[in-house]
Design a protein around this ligand. Structure first.
Ligand code: ZN
Length: 309
């Protein structure tokens, strides 16, 4: 049976998936991301795990029709430009991985958020050909798919939507070194920082300043806690503004909201849409908003299906 590998490389674990040609997951497992010595063991570890799997399952090499990678950094033309999370400098993932396996197959690499958006569009929101996805986790990832294809841009930075400058009201420093980035507001890190400021002025909240995370803030907001509601509104406002800027740049069919902070579903989606409509240009006003459906698997699915593009 023809198979694909979809490999989602994260800062702590590598998610390895075996999929059929339609992107259905047959098998999946995780290995540890060994970042020591500038991440030089990461690709060899993946190759070893992949070859062990083929041997164990007695799958002939010619059945492997593609190996796709999602990498947490800017990627252009299969080349990672620099990936601080993994310790990589410029690295040609396709060429390096080719040297590590004893057979020929199609190898592709893309930015993890772009790859995730591709997986979500192909398997989660079928029938659409363009989408912009915001992944709300510790940071904010952005993925752009136009006419069925992920957009990398010249330096691999297309879709780095977490670094859209959307506010001058807060001075939180972003991981990129700037301030005002979407990620400094619309992420778990961002809402914890905002909650801390508001809690000092409003000690009557049910939130505990020493025990804050994305989930407790969203739970409190759904219960109507005034501080939590304000924090979640800051996040929704930032995302609505960011989406409105993106909508007049790319005019996608839809926006997809994924990641841990999207788990409150309709609650957060309605708020983001409310703010979006305050900012959006009239011709973009009917752009749809959806919650991602594939969860943590969308990176693996997108990476695998990218080999079939
Ligand atoms: Zn930034």
């Amino acid at each position: 049976m023809a198979i694909l590998f979809g490999i989602d490389i994260g800062g702590t674990t590598v998610k390895m998936g075996v999929l059929d040609l339609e992107g259905n997951i047959i098998d999946k497992w995780e290995i540890k991301t060994r970042k020591e010595e500038d991440g030089k063991y990461i690709l060899p570890d993946i190759a070893k795990s992949l070859l062990e799997y083929l041997e164990e399952k007695k799958i002939p090499y010619e059945e492997v029709k593609g190996i796709g990678f999602g990498v947490p950094g800017p990627v252009s033309d299969n080349v990672v430009k620099k990936c601080v999370n993994l310790g990589w400098d410029v690295l040609d993932v396709k060429e390096e991985f080719r040297k590590l396996i004893p057979f020929e197959t199609k190898i592709v690499a893309g930015n993890d958020a772009n790859v995730a958006a591709y997986g979500e569009l192909k398997k989660g929101q079928k029938g659409l050909s363009s989408a912009v996805m915001f992944t709300l986790g510790t940071g904010v990832g952005g993925g752009v798919i136009i006419d069925g294809k992920p957009i990398d841009g010249k330096g691999g930075a297309a879709g780095e939507l977490g670094h859209l400058h959307i506010t001058n009201n807060y001075n939180f420093k972003c991981n990129c070194g700037l301030t005002g980035c979407l990620e400094t507001i619309a992420s778990a890190t961002g809402i914890i920082n905002i909650a801390k400021i508001l809690l000092i002025q409003n000690p009557d909240s049910i939130l505990d300043i020493d025990n804050l995370n994305g989930k407790v803030i969203f739970d409190a907001a759904e219960k109507g806690d005034r501080v939590a509601v304000q924090v979640v509104n800051e996040l929704a406002n930032a995302l609505g503004l960011a989406a409105s800027i993106v909508s007049v740049t790319l005019n996608p069919e839809c926006f997809i909201i994924g990641g841990g902070l999207s788990k409150s579903g309709k609650f957060i989606l309605d708020l983001i849409e409310k703010y979006y409509h305050q900012y959006a240009f009239h011709a973009c006003a009917d752009t749809k908003f959806y919650i991602a459906k594939l969860g943590n698997d969308c990176g693996m699915v997108g990476a695998a299906l990218l080999t079939q593009l």
